[in-house]
Design a protein around this ligand. Structure first.
Ligand SMILES: Cc1cc2nc3c(=O)[nH]c(=O)nc-3n(C[C@H](O)[C@H](O)[C@H](O)COP(=O)(O)O)c2cc1C
Length: 189
């Protein structure tokens, strides 16, 4: 197979499309879109952030939520990533609704089907950029997103991912294999 060196614009794929929910000092909820994030332990996530209204809120409240963006919420989610909440209530502007998380001092945005609720473990300042480390204390989901055992079922969600080359959003595809199982056919040969 002929290979060629490329531009370094495809580093990690797929990237998630996350919506970070926080409260400011007046209790006004804010939403910000983030793609530079991942799970980094069984109950921990990390997200890389520039200086935003969200980072001000994180320093203040030490808590946040993360919702997974869907095809149905794509336009509002993109908007949450192109306007700062400094001086405007973005959630109100798009007509979304929130309620306070039962577990942390952060808003759950009702229109997203699955939301994780986190405490801030670390918010490391790296010359004005931040590495956020959060501990997941709860996951709240619409019943329609759960299977008969109460587990989140990705087939029931139109989750989107971020394509950093096309600067676009892609729909997550269907299940094509079984993890830790399908490779056994080679291992056991
Ligand atoms: C698809 C997408 C992904 C983004 N990912 C990140 C990210 O991971 N980290 C970051 O600091 N900003 C990211 N942004 C930019 C912020 O969402 C944007 O600056 C936003 O206005 C900040 O909102 P706030 O000031 O209300 O907190 C992303 C924007 C989009 C559209």
């Amino acid at each position: 197979m002929a290979k060629q060196n490329t531009k370094k614009d495809l580093i990690m794929a797929p990237m998630p499309v996350l919506v970070i929910g926080t409260y400011d000092e007046y209790g006004v909820p804010n939403a910000m879109t983030a793609a530079w994030g991942t799970q980094c332990d069984m109950d921990k996530i990390t997200i890389f952030l520039s200086n935003h209204k969200t980072t001000d809120n994180l320093k203040l409240k030490k808590a946040f939520t993360v919702a997974f963006a869907t095809k149905e919420t794509l336009v509002e989610t993109d908007y949450f990533g192109i306007e700062s909440g400094k001086g405007i209530n973005k959630i109100k502007k798009v007509g979304f609704h929130t309620h306070k998380s039962e577990f942390v001092d952060a808003p759950v945005i009702d229109e997203y089907p699955v939301t994780i609720e986190c405490e801030v473990l670390k918010l490391e300042d790296d010359d004005g950029d931040y590495r956020l480390l959060g501990k997941v204390v709860n996951v709240v989901a619409e019943e329609s997103a759960l299977d008969e055992n109460g587990r989140a079922d990705l087939d029931r969600l139109n989750l989107i991912s971020y394509d950093s080359v096309a600067h676009g959003y892609r729909l997550l595809g269907g299940l094509v294999g079984r993890a830790f199982r399908d490779g056994l056919i080679i291992k056991d040969k």
